[in-house]
Each structure stands twice: as C-alpha cells, then as structure tokens.
Design a protein around this ligand. Structure first.
Ligand SMILES: NC(=O)CC[C@H](N)C(=O)O
Length: 370
C-alpha cells in the first residue's frame, strides 16, 4: 500500500464558506460543482458513474473506503467524479475480495479529495444554499489564490460534457446471436445498463454521443436506448436531433436520466437546473399507470419543467416523485417511447424498477400494453 500521510487540505465553496480537513487521494487541487449523495453503500459504483463527471462528490455515509475497491465493481473505466469530500477515509479495508485500497486507486487515477470533514454540516449548508462550485486543495493554502481559481470554473448550467466521456468508437456488448438488437447512444452510459440488457438476451451496439440516427439505423437496430450522462441536456442539440429522428421513424425508444431529459426536449419540453439535485438510493417514486411505489436510485441535477410536461399534448406523465412531486417518467403519445429520470439499473440501489428493461423488450416485441 502507498505511504499515506494526512496532510492538511482545504475545501472552499463558491459562496466563500471554508472547511478545513485532511488530504485524501492524490495531493493536488481540483474543482467542480459540489453535490452530495445520501447512499449508504456503493461508493465505487458512484465514483465511476460518468454522470458525475465534473462534480465534486460529498458522501453522507460516515465511512468511505472501508470495504476497499474491486476491479469489477465499476460503472465505467475509471473514476469520474472530480473530487471527493468525506468524513472517515479508510485506507485499510476489510473485505478479502477487494482488489485495491481507495488510496491506491485514487493515487493511480489522480483523484484529489478531502476527509475529516463535518459532512453533515456541509450537506445541510449545500441543501440550504443550493448547487454551487467548489475547490479542494491539499497543495495551496492561500485562500485568495483558491478563490481566484474557483472563479474560473464554469457553471454546470449550459455545459455539454457527454462528448468528453462517451466512447470514441462504437463497440458491441452481449450475445451476437440474440434476436433483438439495441442501438445505445452513449452519453456517459453506466455498465449496469448494458448488463441489464445482456441479462435479457439483447445484442447491443454502443455508439459515440454524436452519432446520428441514420448511422445507428444503418446497423438495423430494433430499439434505441438514450443513456444517462453528465452536463446540461439543453446544451446538447445534436442528441435532441437524434432523439427527434428516432421518434420520427417511429422506432422503439427508452431513455434513462439524461436520456429522459432529452426525450422531453425532443418533444418541445424544457429542462432546468434544480436548486439541489436528487442523489441517493431511497427516493420514492409512484408509477401512476400501475399505481405502485418504487424506491429508486437517483442522480440528477437537472429536471424537466413540470408545467411544460403537464401542458404538453405530446407526452403523458407515467411516474412522479413522492418527495417533491417532480416528474420522474414520461411516455410519448402515439409512439413507442418512454423514459425515466431515475436509474432502474440501480448500481448501486434497490432493484424495484428493473421491470422497465422488461417493458422495453415487450415494447420492441409489440407486446407492451399501455
Ligand atoms: N444521471 C444522469 O444522467 C444525469 C443527467 C444530467 N446530467 C443531470 O444532472 O440532471
């Protein structure tokens, strides 16, 4: 294990609030939008979720690193968060299957973090003040210098990030003999979505973010999947065009999170930056078609504008959030297209919503009754 000395580190928020802690991960400086995840498990899956690209993650679980890292428990190749803020940062782990300590992993991947922070106080602060940028440093101690660097960090509002994290080349996943072929638009896709498709005997071709419908259609897909991903959906006209083209061709479509926001945008419904996003594993959602409740895994900082969804004659609401009434799912009238704001692949999280993958398959087979 790498030598690890607890050097002092600073966390500065854009509103001027300062937290003092100890260095975690690589010694250095990092910036991003600060957000918090209330999940009690699955830190490695969260850190490798490409939707978090550009964001500094505050974990509310008091212990991070305590069960180590495992090379298979990833949602993409490598850590995607911009930095970590936690309470207890455990460089020793107690799980024999783990393949690495969090410290070795963060060192290897150049991830800067800060620990020994009163994360309860920090989360209450962000919850009351809303989303904002932040800087962590274990090398710069001068607050003035940190403030200057922080001012240069762009707001998440208006940022296009999918093309940065998306695959550069198309690739295949699953069983080539499968009778159903899915074209997945990779805007920052999580591996567990692909695993869920594979579990349902689908063959998937994953395409780079800026692929057009025509290019995907040339492969002969039976259904189209629009993935999760980082950044602001309204800054992605290329993906909105692709979704519009899939709808115009009347092909089956399923969208998750960013994919949900893009399905709304493609139907003339706007999206907005939320005061605070939803990030955790226990968000209650009501499926108003089936009249049941699901406990869901969530990670989003933007949302579809509820009034615009309600006023739309193109889509109908299928799911609502029971905490704040936000729109969690829509389907397009007269089309074979639906999407959810939350994460049915739930890695980490409860499996209540996995039926949506089955619904997608049934929809492709023309067997979905709704
Ligand atoms: N998980 C996601 O796909 C996130 C979507 C979008 N970047 C948001 O923050 O709302």
């Amino acid at each position: 294990m790498t030598n690890y000395t607890k050097l002092p580190a600073i966390l500065l928020l854009a509103d001027g609030t300062v937290f003092y802690g100890k260095a975690a991960g690589k010694i250095g400086t990092t910036t991003g939008e600060i957000c918090f995840n209330t999940g009690m498990t699955g830190y490695q899956e969260v850190f490798t979720d490409p939707s978090y690209f550009g964001q500094i993650m505050v974990t509310t679980n008091a212990h991070i690193g305590n069960y180590g890292m495992h090379r298979d428990e990833i949602e993409s190749e490598g850590i995607k968060i911009a930095g970590l803020v936690c309470k207890n940062y455990n460089i020793n782990y107690s799980r024999k299957e783990a393949t690495e300590s969090i410290q070795d992993n963060f060192q290897n991947e150049n991830i800067v973090g800060i620990c020994d922070i009163d994360t309860r106080a920090l989360v209450r602060h962000i919850r009351n003040k809303g989303a904002m940028n932040a800087i962590i440093s274990s090398e710069i101690t001068d607050l003035q210098q940190l403030r200057k660097k922080l001012e240069e960090v762009p707001s998440m509002d208006g940022l296009e990030l999918s093309s940065v994290v998306s695959t550069k080349e198309p690739y295949y996943y699953g069983n080539p003999e499968a009778s159903i072929k899915i074209a997945a638009l990779d805007l920052g896709i999580k591996k567990n979505i692909l695993r869920n498709f594979d579990d349902r005997e689908l063959y998937i071709k994953v395409f780079p973010a800026k692929t057009t419908f025509e290019e995907m259609n040339a492969w002969g897909a039976n259904g189209y999947f629009i993935s999760n991903g980082p950044g602001d959906p309204s800054a992605m006209p290329y993906a909105i065009e692709t979704v519009k083209a899939v709808l115009a061709a009347d092909k089956p479509l399923f969208g998750i999170c960013l994919g949900h926001q893009l399905l709304a945008e493609a139907n003339g419904i706007g999206t907005m930056k939320m005061f605070n996003g939803h990030r955790g594993l226990n968000h209650p959602v009501k499926n108003i078609i089936k009249n049941h409740c699901e406990v869901t895994s969530q990670n989003h900082g933007f949302g579809v504008i509820p009034e615009e969804v309600k006023a739309s004659d193109k889509v109908e609401i299928t799911h609502v959030n029971l905490n704040d009434d936000s729109i969690e799912g829509i389907r397009v009238k007269g089309k074979k297209a639906f999407s959810v704001q939350y994460h049915p692949e739930s890695s980490p999280g409860p499996h209540d919503s996995r039926y949506l993958f089955d619904d997608f398959v049934s929809m492709i087979k023309g067997e979905l009754a709704w």
